[in-house]
Design a protein around this ligand. Structure first.
Ligand code: ADP
Ligand code: MG
Length: 446
């Protein structure tokens, strides 16, 4: 196929892809002349890009190529390292090039407010805090290596991870601390591959005395990144360097991560953080209010803590809202004011939603009688709506799978799990379904 055809195809693709994606993956492709018209041969810089294109964009490129050149039957990628891409529009690689730090440099964006001193403990997190402190005092020298902290959103995983970092930076200034989120690692790593300095980038991590990686669940499905991380991990582990990781799920439940990586994560200690109990929530609120010079009466602190049960970030957000409200209106913080500020949050708190409310809302939304959702009716339409109701019940209440199953005609927990998985999967692809669920959620209890 002639080179010039590729530019027409690329132009067509550029209209349907996000600019960044186009610039990253399609623009750099170099067409290679072939003798026959049935093959489109495209040169890429390296194996990683080749694999990525094969998995993600080959079919799409093919469908556009067909539009321009119907005789085409296949697309092939080959690796050609030397030549820069030549497309009509000029890319500016120099401005994009990231230069990665030199030897033994530290990469970290540690939040200085996340310290052990500011971390309030209660039964749900005190073990996690004490092992974190032990690791911070003796990095690489305890049995807790790697240390993996896992737990739900907003429960203090990042806070503890950074507290370890802050402690070490202050008390062991010669220690090289590197801290990244797995998302940053992934994005920078890809960028480094494109700029041919992947080794420089990953070497920085290999030279850590302490490596902190936040939200490792994000590595799921990212094969090449996991592989690289695996090597970094092994190097550090063999050298007795400290690795601390966080994740939103226990390692065994992390889908899309290689077994060899998951098993290494378990070599040291995995510790979970549970939602704080009432007293801890009140203590956290007090601390945050104090920090913001806000005086909130005890009964109001309890009112907030009773209604916001699962997420400390939310508790913080409420203090900020009260602060804003009180300073603008120059009024005292009263229970009515707080009720008003909290009205939407309280409605959505899991403990306040009952499965019956959910069934009512789903029934109303899909115009299906409540009894059909509760009984063993097997029509396809009802089954789908029932799955939606089970999904919402699992995600937005604290009821057990067993209890949820009992509300839907005595189904067992595996049926509920199946429903949750099914809807979770479909929701990703199906915008309408995901909007339906959001709408139903907004209507619950109204
Ligand atoms: P996660 O990483 O688990 O999603 P974060 O560490 O980001 O949660 O915590 C969310 C917010 O709640 C942060 O601002 C953090 O400082 C605060 N926070 C979490 N746990 C505590 C705690 N035990 N004491 C004080 N603040 C906390
Ligand atoms: Mg976090």
């Amino acid at each position: 196929m002639q080179n010039s055809k590729w530019y027409e195809i690329a132009a067509l693709i550029s209209h349907s892809l996000d600019n960044d994606i186009f610039e990253t993956w399609i623009h750099p492709l170099i067409p290679v002349d072939t003798e026959t018209d049935d093959t489109l041969l495209l040169a890429v810089q390296n194996q990683f890009i080749l694999d990525f294109l094969e998995h993600n964009y080959k079919d799409m490129i093919f469908s556009y190529a067909k539009k321009i050149s119907p005789s085409i039957h296949s697309i092939k990628f080959i690796i050609k390292k030397n030549k820069a891409p030549v497309l009509p529009t000029e890319q500016t690689p120099t401005s994009k090039k990231t230069s990665f730090p030199q030897k033994r440099h530290q990469i970290h964006t540690i939040n200085h407010n996340y310290t052990f001193d500011l971390f309030i403990t209660g039964s749900g997190n005190e073990f996690a805090k004490s092992v974190s402190l032990a690791v911070a005092e003796n990095p690489g020298k305890t049995k807790f290596n790697p240390l993996l902290i896992y737990g739900g959103v907003g429960l203090g995983k990042t806070h503890l991870l950074h507290a370890i970092g802050n402690y070490i930076i202050t008390n062991l200034p010669n220690c090289v601390v590197n801290s990244v989120t797995s998302e940053e690692f992934y994005l920078n790593f890809i960028e480094a591959i494109k700029n041919d300095n992947a080794k420089l980038y990953t070497d920085t991590f290999r030279q850590s005395d302490v490596l902190l990686v936040d939200d490792i669940q994000f590595f799921a499905g990212k094969e090449r990144t996991q592989e690289e991380f695996f090597y970094i991990f092994n190097t550090l582990y063999q050298l007795g360097k400290q690795v601390v990781l966080t994740s939103d799920l226990p390692p065994n439940s992390l889908k899309g991560l290689h077994d060899r990586l998951v098993s290494r994560f378990q070599w040291g200690l995995c510790v979970d953080i549970q939602p704080p109990d009432l007293e801890t929530r009140v203590a956290i609120l007090k601390k945050k209010a104090e920090r913001d010079n806000l005086t909130i009466p005890e009964n109001i602190l309890y009112f907030i803590a009773e209604n916001v049960t699962t997420n400390i970030r939310k508790l913080e957000g409420i203090i900020i809202r009260i602060l804003a409200f009180a300073s603008i209106t120059k009024t005292d913080v009263t229970i009515d004011l707080v009720k008003n500020i909290l009205s939407d949050t309280i409605k959505k708190e899991p403990s306040k939603i009952s499965i019956d409310d959910i069934i009512d809302s789903v029934s109303e939304y899909y115009h299906i009688p409540v009894n059909n959702l509760r009984e063993k009716n097997r029509s396809k339409e009802v089954a789908h709506c029932r799955q939606v109701a089970m999904y919402i019940s699992k995600m937005h209440t604290n009821y057990s799978l067993k209890t949820i199953g009992l509300h839907f005609g005595g189904r067992d927990h595996s049926t509920v799990i199946h429903a949750v998985k099914q809807i979770d999967k479909n929701k990703e692809k199906d915008k309408i379904l995901s909007n339906d669920i959001n709408y139903i959620l907004s209507q619950i209890g109204n």
